[in-house]
Design a protein around this ligand. Structure first.
Ligand SMILES: [Zn+2]
Length: 158
C-alpha cells in the first residue's frame, strides 16, 4: 500500500517535472513564433513577414511619408516606431533611428554571406527588417524596415 502511494506520487512528480521542463518552455517558444493576426495580408506581405523576404527598394509609399504619427505592425497592429525617429536614408526603405521600447526582438541573420541583425515584432513575431550600426543620430542605429510590414497612422486623422 505504502509502496503504491510512493509509486503514484513518483509518477505524479515525474509528470509535473516533464511538464515544467519540457512542455512549458515549448509553449513559451510557440508563443514567440509568428502568428497570423491580420487575415487580409497580401501574398507579398506574407512572404516578407513569414519567410524573411525583402520588398524591392524604392517601392514603398512610406519612404516619403512625413506626417506626424506612428508606424504599426501590419500584421498585429502593435505600435513600433514614432514618426520623430524616421529619416531619409536614401536606401529605398523606410528608415528609423530607434524603435519604441520593447517593440522588437532581434536575432542574428547569416543569410547572403553577411552577418546582420534581423528584427521581429515582439507581439506577433513577424519579420520586419534589419538594424544596422550606421544610423545618423546619437542612437547610432538604422532600422531598415520593409514598408509592406508597416501601417502608418497619422496623429491628426479623425
Ligand atoms: Zn506584429
Amino acid at each position: 500500500m505504502k509502496t503504491n502511494l510512493n509509486k503514484r506520487s513518483f509518477v505524479k512528480f515525474f509528470t509535473v517535472t516533464i511538464f515544467t521542463f519540457f512542455l512549458v518552455p515549448f509553449e513559451l517558444a510557440k508563443a514567440l513564433t509568428k502568428k497570423v493576426v491580420n487575415k487580409n495580408l497580401t501574398k507579398k506581405q506574407k512572404e516578407i513577414m513569414f519567410d524573411e523576404g525583402t520588398e524591392r527598394a524604392f517601392t514603398s509609399d512610406l519612404i516619403n511619408e512625413e506626417r506626424e504619427g506612428f508606424y504599426h505592425c501590419a500584421n498585429c497592429g502593435a505600435k513600433l516606431f514614432a514618426s520623430t525617429a524616421k529619416f531619409e536614408s536614401g536606401t529605398g526603405w523606410p528608415s528609423f533611428t530607434e524603435a519604441l521600447p520593447g517593440a522588437f526582438k532581434t536575432k542574428v541573420d547569416y543569410s547572403f554571406g553577411m552577418k546582420r541583425i534581423e528584427y521581429h515584432c515582439a507581439s506577433c513575431g513577424v519579420h520586419h527588417g534589419h538594424v544596422f550600426a550606421d544610423g545618423p543620430s546619437e542612437t547610432g542605429k538604422r532600422f531598415c524596415n520593409n514598408g509592406l510590414c508597416l501601417i502608418f497612422k497619422p496623429t491628426n486623422s479623425n
